[in-house]
Design a protein around this ligand. Sequence first.
Ligand SMILES: [Zn+2]
Length: 465
Amino acid sequence: MLNVTRRPAVRNALAAANPLCYNPVMLKQQQTIKREVSFTGTGIHTGGKVTMTWKPAPLDHGIKFARVDLNPRVTIDPLIENVGDTSRWTTIGNNGHVVHTVEHVLATFVGSGIDNVLVELDGEETPIGDGSALPYLQMVKQAGIQPQEGKREIFQPRQTIHVEVGEALAVVMPSDQLRVSCTIHYGKPGLDAQFLSLAIEPETFTSQVAPARTFAFYEDLQHLIDRGLIQGGSLENAVLIRNESILATEPLRFRDEFVRHKILDVLGDIALLGWPLAAHIVTIRPGHTSNAELTRALRRQLEKQLPTPPFTQPSVPEAVTEIAMDTMRLMNVLPHRYPFLLVDRIVEMQGDERVVGLKNVTINEPFFQGHFPGHPIMPGVLQVEAIAQVAGILMLRSSENAGKVAYFMSANNVKWRKPVRPGDQLIIEVEMKKGRSKIGKAKGVCKVGGDVVSEAEVTFSLIDA
Ligand SMILES: [Zn+2]
């Protein structure tokens, strides 16, 4: 799988190979903070007292959370693959160690254009402050922003993305800046639908989004308390909606404060992509779960748009020996067609003994739709099928076998060693073994980036079609 974290070598290679976008609108330079800054408060769900310290971090470091109360300390990347519970908060975790409620802190970094910070916590949850992002914005002000000598690689999806989870819906459209359009509607008396569309820049984030506080419905409280949540919840850090009245220590900060808070949560949750994003997100009734699903979909699109980084380039033989076949010529030999033609190209063929095929595995493969949504991997049996198709080419290309089809007779010593994911280039190496004229025996190995991902010995017979 393509590693799309912020490892400098990866990012630099990618940037050199093919910048994801040239973005004339968004900030072009990475940024960190000028000096260390701390804030102490209560975790809204766990109720514990916690101190959060931000430290300046070098280029390409990204945002990282460190649990300094653990010995040894544990560092967790706020990336979608590390996301756990999203029912009421966004939790990230690593080997059983977690940090809860990361979303408002992450949103502040997105909204302020800050790329690189080490966030240290002496507990398992961020301090909630007043339930908005204002305390964190205050930290940004105190710390100061430090531009860095390094290009900011921005991800700009080129296609529309669509995600639905329960009653939540999100559509992402190409755009050269980050914009969020959000609608909420709960069908509760006294609470009208709210809609707001905002281009996210430091100014709009500061004045329009950051002050909006967390809110909860009175009727949900008992359920949350029963689950051991909101132990630190109070009217100091959340707005409570009870029937048609609003309970809070201060009046609403905006008439439509709730939709603004939802935009804040969206910004925090899409930060889990790990890349600055230029796109227009249109979302209806978002929650942390649908936001996480949206971020996963963005991640898949990101992987699709990334060029294959040089370090995972497979070892396609340099000297193409004897013959190479493209898809059109392949289809003259093999009867298989989309979506069951599992070879794009033959890159090497040596006599009747050895043949090497290539298959670019993209997210558009039909099997990824169900295998598995959110965690696409290529079915192992299709790799065995690919081995048989590549082997079949050797036998079917002779004029005496023209027009025949190959039937599987057996597959032995099948081993699947590593998952094959969208973006991988599958190299299928097949050695033919002796067989009778109408029976083929072949040993095949599938590789990605030089590593064996699967292997099998297949036997098939040639039948008149
Ligand atoms: Zn929130």
